[in-house]
Design a protein around this ligand. Structure first.
Ligand code: ADP
Ligand code: ZN
Length: 726
């Protein structure tokens, strides 16, 4: 008799690996046996690979034909709850089991025996003049404080060979150490008192202290104290001895947030995102699994950490589109957070000033609880919002700031306050046009225009990142000197600002202008302290940074997001404009937001300008309901990609002609048509869209449908359940 949930030596077990073979394979349990969930090494062909003991083997094969598990690895086993989460997530997003396992285990070095890897960190010696390559290595280390890196990771980040790192070790500028195993994390002290909460905040905080699974939408304008309130929920979770996870949409926001947690609980929580060194991530992974990490702050991939007892997940800025992973396994971290919480028995807090329509509807129907923080904390009010009707403004050519906005900036600066100009376009000019032949310079590999970046002195494709020098002759007609930038990006706006406000100190905040999260953080801190008079920013300024001196926000082009036929355009524009406007007037100083628009009567613009917000969401919801699209119906995208376009359409048409399984569940199929991004990195993309009723078994039908039509080898297929645009 075996113990329940234990496989004695020689028992059949099925082992899931991250290798692209589809499903778990059968092996024999090794000497000493193994538990379900154990991480093991198994032979696969001539190789040895890491896998997880997924369950009992199915007995289909003779024992004599099975190979044995090579060894059990020295890491905490995967808990049943995480296993169940991966299975459910895989079946919802239609990602293979190896594909989802990869999400949970891709930290390099995770399974190496402790001490097997050396880490490299700043040493004590201060060498004199260094080569450029050596300087780069030290810069990476300085950017990460005292953290240690693996050799290959460090060399790669610095763009040098490992020999350069070794050279610095000889000089003593870098020290080499064994990977410390499970060095304990500092404890968070949840008995420390938080800030004295307002009545509104206290009510909200009390409501968030539920037990077991439940989802709450915490809605409140920027500055209303959402963070303060959900940190109380974190404190309660820690008090119960459970672990808390806070997801943030942007790495750049973490350092400010970590400092806040430190101020609240006396220590920093674990940090999990791509900017954290692999050695640190490996350590945190173990600490999360053994319960040594009380709280983790991270990006969406933190959802796959092996929490021992997850009591709370906060999804901050829950409406943010960056929660959707658009490569590899396609999933929305907000939705998967709710799934994981339902399995782990945790509370979920979705925090936002401008929730997604999905969450708004779920709250309206009573599926989620909703708590509103009505007022801004302290004396400050929501900024006043007004439009500037651009049809009535006299604007010189190649200028984008209207006289009305100039006037408002002047009076703001004269009071010693800060102004922000928002334009959601990186670079200098979005289009480079040949005035001789009318050609616009596009990317050679994508269906996208090249964007001039004057700061980099290059044209950049925002789709694939390809860059090239700014040409002087037109690549189409060969005429020289006729290429001209058309339209504004933030760099060009900065030129106009310099011309109009020559004595103002200007800071441009655009993600591409900062080499590292730390550089951005320093810029933000300096601005917050008054280091700039005018801030020019792209989308990154809309998210959570605090600028206490900022009282005026000018939106250069409020109509930008309203073009196109996407059904989500209104929602996105509303969210972005409200977020940006919310930057103005935090402390005691009242704020003003001015939106430059050519269509001030547009219902979305009117809703943004302080129209009835609930009425806006209601109208949006009714429109979606009438169209039968999310969140009232279900959508899925099938993206076909390949080097040639013909086979994509041939296969797409073949699929469209054999859509019986879809029709049987009452679903409609649209396409094939060029995907919203029709070509990336030289690969063409064609999309089919499926719409089905809310209760239809969509995934099942898609599976049956795809099985019925042979997929050509030259075509790659990706399934996007709940696509961002439709
Ligand atoms: P949100 O997350 O809604 O943007 P925050 O929690 O960041 O709001 O609060 C905005 C600012 O007001 C922060 O600087 C915060 O520390 C401060 N604040 C909020 N509530 C309180 C309070 N009860 N006591 C003192 N300061 C507060
Ligand atoms: Zn490109």
């Amino acid at each position: 008799m075996s113990e329940p949930g234990f496989f004695p030596e020689g028992a059949r077990v099925s082992v899931l690996t991250a290798e692209p073979i589809g499903k778990p394979l059968d092996y024999l349990a090794p000497e000493g046996g193994c538990f379900p969930g154990a991480f093991v090494e198994v032979p696969l062909g001539p190789r040895r690979v890491v896998g997880v003991v997924w369950g009992a083997g199915d007995g289909r094969f003779e024992a004599g034909k099975l190979r044995a598990v090579s060894r059990v690895l020295d890491v905490p086993p995967m808990r049943a709850e995480l296993q169940e989460f991966l299975i459910r997530m895989g079946s919802y997003t239609m990602t293979s089991l190896p594909g989802v396992l990869r999400l949970a285990t891709r930290t390099p070095g995770l399974f190496d025996p402790p001490g097997a890897r050396r880490i490299y960190r700043l040493g004590t010696a201060v060498p004199g003049k260094l080569t450029e390559a050596r300087e780069k290595v030290l810069a990476v280390l300085r950017d990460h404080g005292g953290a240690g890196f693996y050799l290959t990771e460090l060399a790669q980040l610095a763009g040098v060979t490992p020999q350069v790192v070794k050279g610095l070790v000889k000089l003593g500028a870098i020290e080499e150490a064994e990977q410390p195993r499970d060095l304990p994390l500092p404890r968070l002290d949840f008995t420390l008192p938080g800030k004295a909460l307002s009545e509104d905040q206290a009510t909200a905080a009390a409501a968030l202290k539920g037990e077991g699974f439940g989802v709450t939408l915490l809605k409140g304008v920027t500055g209303s104290g959402k963070t303060e309130v959900y940190l109380e929920a974190v404190a309660e979770c820690l008090r119960r001895g459970r672990q808390a996870l806070v997801l943030l949409p942007e790495i750049a926001l973490t350092s400010e947030f970590l400092s806040r947690v430190e101020a609240r609980f006396g220590a920093r929580p674990g940090e999990w995102h791509s900017g954290v060194t692999e050695a640190e991530r490996r350590r945190l992974w173990r600490m999360v699994a053994t319960g040594g990490a009380q709280m983790v702050v991270g990006a969406r991939s933190a959802l796959f950490l092996p929490f021992q007892d997850l009591g709370l997940i906060v999804v901050d800025e829950e409406h943010d589109t960056s929660y959707k992973q658009e490569e590899g396994a396609l999933y929305n971290a907000r939705d998967m957070a709710v799934l994981r919480a339902s399995l782990a028995g945790s509370q979920v807090v979705l925090a936002s000033a401008t929730p997604s329509l999905e969450s708004w509807v779920n709250a309206a129907s009573g599926k989620y609880r909703r708590i509103d923080l009505a007022a801004r904390f302290g004396a400050s009010e929501l900024p006043e919002m007004r439009s500037i009707d651009m049809r009535e403004e006299r604007i010189e050519s190649v200028h984008w700031i209207s006289p009305s906005l100039v006037g408002a900036v002047v009076s703001t600066l004269s009071r010693g306050e800060q102004a922000m100009l928002f334009l959601n376009r990186r670079g200098y000019a979005p289009v480079t046009l040949c005035r001789a032949c009318g050609q616009q310079i596009g990317c050679d590999h994508c269906d996208a225009r090249m964007v001039e970046h004057r700061f980099l002195k290059r044209l950049v494709c925002h789709q694939c990142g390809e860059t090239k020098p700014i040409p002087t002759t037109c690549p189409a007609c060969g005429v020289e000197g006729k290429l001209a930038p058309v339209g504004p990006g933030v760099e060009r706006l900065a030129e106009e600002v310099a011309e109009r406000f020559p004595t103002a100190r200007v800071a441009v905040l655009s993600s591409d202008l900062f080499g590292s999260a730390r550089a951005l953080k320093e810029a933000v801190e300096s601005i917050a302290k008054g280091g700039a008079d005018i801030i020019i920013g792209t989308q990154i300024v809309a998210k959570g940074h605090n600028f206490p001196l900022l009282t005026l926000v000018g939106v250069i082009d409020a109509d930008l997001g309203l073009q196109g036929s996407d059904l989500r355009a209104a929602e996105r524009t509303f969210q972005l404009m409200r977020q940006v406007a919310g930057r103005a007037g935090r402390a005691e100083k009242p704020g003003l937001a001015l939106l430059q628009t050519y269509q001030p009567e547009h219902p979305v613009i009117r809703a943004i300008l302080g129209g009835d917000e609930e009425a806006f969401w209601k109208a949006e919801a009714e429109g979606r309901k009438a169209a039968g699209v999310p969140p009232f119906g279900r959508m899925a995208g099938i993206i076909l990609s390949g080097a040639e376009i013909e086979p994509l359409f041939a296969y797409g048409n073949d699929l469209a002609q054999h859509d019986g399984p879809l029709r049987r569940i009452g679903a409609q199929l649209f396409g094939p048509a060029p995907a919203p991004i029709a070509r990336v990195r030289g690969r063409h993309r064609v999309r089919l869209l499926i719409r089905a009723d809310k209760t239809a078994p969509l995934q099942q039908a898609i599976r049956a449908w795809l099985r019925g039509v042979k997929q050509p080898n030259s075509v790659r297929l990706a399934i996007d359940i709940d696509p961002q645009s439709f």
